[in-house]
Design a protein around this ligand. Structure first.
Ligand code: HEC
Length: 156
């Protein structure tokens, strides 16, 4: 019983984080290389774009924490988002030539708007930013959607 939880829980977490629309059971197999015959995905380091996404998610999370704490200052501006259109994606990842730049620009605009917003308007500006993540992820890489949906804050 405990053994099963200890094994399945990390696999479940990997399933949430990774960019994949595969059913959870296939993903669990892919995440355990010893169960497969050398899945090349497992030895490939994360792409530039995947690493940037982790930074973007960490930035948004730290904004959320700061809002909950009532911090006066936002975390440092995520200057690395300037590389959104040049970062190399995972091999064979489909990057749509129309929607990716459109949603990407919208995300960059929403980050800028957050830093321009008056302090009382930051929760709404933060939610608009999270919405811009969700918009792009509705057409690219649906795996992190569950995580993104939990990132919104309540606006009074
Ligand atoms: C313009 C489109 C776009 C926007 C905006 C966007 N994403 Fe992504 N995201 C992607 C794509 C495409 C990938 C797959 C990257 C790859 O595997 O190279 C990805 C991957 C991810 C991953 C998985 C990274 C990994 O380790 O494999 C997470 C988590 C993620 N995004 C979260 C977010 C969050 C949170 C936001 C908003 C702060 C966001 N994304 C905004 C397109 C976008």
């Amino acid at each position: 019983m405990h053994f099963t939880i200890r094994i399945l829980f990390p696999l479940f977490l990997i399933g949430i984080i990774a960019c994949s629309a595969q059913p959870a059971d296939e993903r669990a197999t892919a995440a355990a290389p010893e169960l497969t015959s050398g899945n090349p995905q497992e030895v490939t380091p994360p792409s530039e774009l995947a690493l940037l996404m982790r930074r973007m998610a960490a930035h948004a999370d730290s904004v959320k924490v700061g809002l909950a704490r009532g911090d006066k200052e936002l975390p440092p501006y995520p200057t690395e988002i300037a590389t959104l259109f040049t970062a190399t994606p995972t091999k064979d990842m489909h990057i749509d030539p129309i929607t990716f730049p459109t949603f990407g620009k919208d995300y960059q605009d929403k980050v800028a708007a957050l830093y321009d917003a008056a302090r009382r308007d930051r929760p709404a500006a933060y939610n608009a930013l999270v919405q811009s993540c969700a918009n792009c992820h509705s057409t690219h890489c649906p795996g992190p959607m569950m995580r993104i949906k939990k990132m919104y804050v309540a606006v009074k």
